[in-house]
Every structure is written in structure tokens, then in C-alpha cells.
Design a protein around this ligand. Structure first.
Ligand SMILES: [Zn+2]
Length: 281
């Protein structure tokens, strides 16, 4: 499931083919994904120029010169592919249509953007007012933003009896964090995922804030380097190899200097949690 760094990697991969270009033809092959598509979506997109490709949490936001913004969410299994890419050194021919190609944009620069989503948990919407869109207004601040700091986190977690891992997955507290990067950040900060959220000192929240920012920044950086390779592969964006210190390492020795513990996997709120019982408290 794509998390914030994967979505940011997709955004960066799409930007050279989409920003400044006109959607010469939008093809919408079904009435809905997770939710129904907006009315007349293909007509509203065809002929529109993409002014800017932005991102908020896990949503890609294509600002159009029609005054509307296209909101794209990849869901669980959504994939974006660029073919006919006129920008890169490597040119991908348009692939044969596949079963789950639900939305296709042919840009006026020759690029084709294909959204494929077998499980259909993805979503697209068009809005003239992204600032007040219900999907976006509920989101807390982004990692790496000025609004996200230890004082903010202390305020939001004050009195909370939930476990810290559950609190960090709450998109209203911090936007864009998913299971993998929460596990990684808590590992780096040395904080047990089971610790009560309202009972963590401000000093440790400062360490946690820095850990969250670091894991997200590093993952975005490795996504960025994966973009150099994608042009040589199949044009699919956003999924890259990334090494984790805790996530997926059940039973393996802890990598923290001086720690002799090993990584354990538990299930919290239905999700796997990976942590070291020796150095996370
Ligand atoms: Zn350890």
C-alpha cells in the first residue's frame, strides 16, 4: 500500500509529463473506483492544462487551468504508469491496454498517463475548492512541515490514553503516516509502540518528531533515486526498494548499536507492529 513517500515519488515521476501540458484526451473506463467518479469527468478534464502537480498527504492534486483541481488517491493497489514519455532519455511505447486500466490521460506532449487499480480502492474527484474538500480538511499537518513539531504533537497527544502507534496512524493528528513508517519512526526514537500516547515526555516527543521527519525524508530520497531507474523499467512509478530497520524484520537481531535484543512482531489494531522489546520503552 503506497504511503506518503511512495505517493510523493509518483508525483515527482508524473510532473515532467503533466505539469504545463494539456490533457488532450481523458478516457474514463468505468463509473467509479472506491466512490463514483465526478459527473462528466472525462469532458471536464479533456482540454484542461495542468498548471501544477501538488500533493497533500497521500493525495496527488493536479491544479487545472479550468479552476478545478483533480484529486487522485492510489488506494491500496493503484498504479500510475507513464508511456510515450517525451522528457526522459528512455522512451516507453504505449503498453497494450490492461484489464484494470480505469483512467487514461493522453497529454498534448505525447505522454500517456495510465491509472490501473485491480482492487479499486483508489479514488478521483474534481473540485473547485480543494481547501474545503472533505477528504482534505480532516488531515493534520504533514511531516517535514513547519506546523509539525514537538509542541504541536504534545498538544494533540495530551491526555490521550490510546497507544502511541495508534495515535500516529490517526490522519487527523499527522497526515500521511502509515504502518511502515510509524514502526520505523518509533524504533528510531526508542519508543515502544504500546506506550500510552499522553504519557510521553516533551523531550521524547522531540526525538520522535525528528525520527518521523528523518524516515520520511530518507524514504522520499530513495524514491527519488528510484525515478532514475524507472525509465529503464516499465514506466511504473512509485514502488521502490527501501531498507527498513524494524519493519518486516521479525526475529532478526536489533540493529541499534549496543542492543542485543531482536525484533518482535505483534498485532495492534489489526496491523503488524515490529519493534525491539529491549531498546524501545
Ligand atoms: Zn534494540
Amino acid at each position: 500500500m503506497p504511503e506518503l513517500p511512495e505517493v510523493e515519488t509518483v508525483r515527482r515521476g508524473l510532473a515532467p509529463s503533466m505539469e504545463g501540458a494539456v490533457i488532450a484526451k481523458a478516457q474514463v473506463n468505468r463509473p467509479d473506483l472506491r466512490w463514483p467518479f465526478p459527473e462528466r469527468m472525462a469532458e471536464r478534464l479533456t482540454g484542461a492544462r495542468v498548471v501544477r502537480l501538488g500533493r497533500r498527504s497521500k493525495y496527488i492534486l493536479a491544479e487545472l487551468d479550468t479552476g478545478e483541481t483533480l484529486i487522485i488517491h492510489l488506494g491500496m493497489s493503484g498504479r500510475m504508469t507513464v508511456s510515450g514519455d517525451p522528457v526522459g532519455q528512455f522512451h516507453h511505447e504505449h503498453p497494450a491496454p490492461e484489464k484494470h486500466d480505469h483512467v487514461i490521460f493522453d497529454m498534448d506532449n505525447g505522454a500517456r498517463i495510465t491509472f490501473n487499480d485491480p482492487r479499486r480502492f483508489g479514488a478521483m474527484d474534481l473540485t473547485a475548492q480543494p481547501d474545503t474538500h472533505p477528504l482534505l480538511t480532516v488531515l493534520g499537518p504533514e511531516p517535514l512541515s513547519n506546523q509539525f513539531n514537538s509542541a504541536y504533537l504534545a498538544g494533540r497527544l495530551k491526555g490521550k490514553k490510546t497507544q502511541i502507534k495508534t495515535a500516529l496512524l490517526d490522519q487527523g493528528i499527522i497526515a500521511g503516516l502509515g504502518n511502515i513508517y510509524v514502526c520505523e519512526a518509533l524504533f528510531r526514537a526508542g519508543i515502544s509502540p504500546k506506550r500510552q500516547a499522553g504519557r510521553i515526555s516533551v523531550a521524547r516527543l522531540e526525538t520522535l518528531t525528528q525520527a518521523i521527519n528523518a524516515v520520511i525524508a530518507e524514504a522520499i530520497a530513495s524514491g527519488g533515486s528510484s525515478l532514475k531507474d524507472y525509465r529503464q523499467a516499465d514506466g511504473e512509478l512509485g514502488y521502490f526498494q527501501h531498507s527498513f530497520q524494524a519493519y518486516g524484520r521479525e526475529g532478526l537481531p536489533c540493529v541499534r548499536n549496543g542492543c542485543t535484543g531482536s525484533i518482535r512482531r505483534d498485532v495492534q489494531s489489526g496491523r503488524s507492529t515490529f519493534y525491539c522489546v529491549s531498546c524501545q520503552s
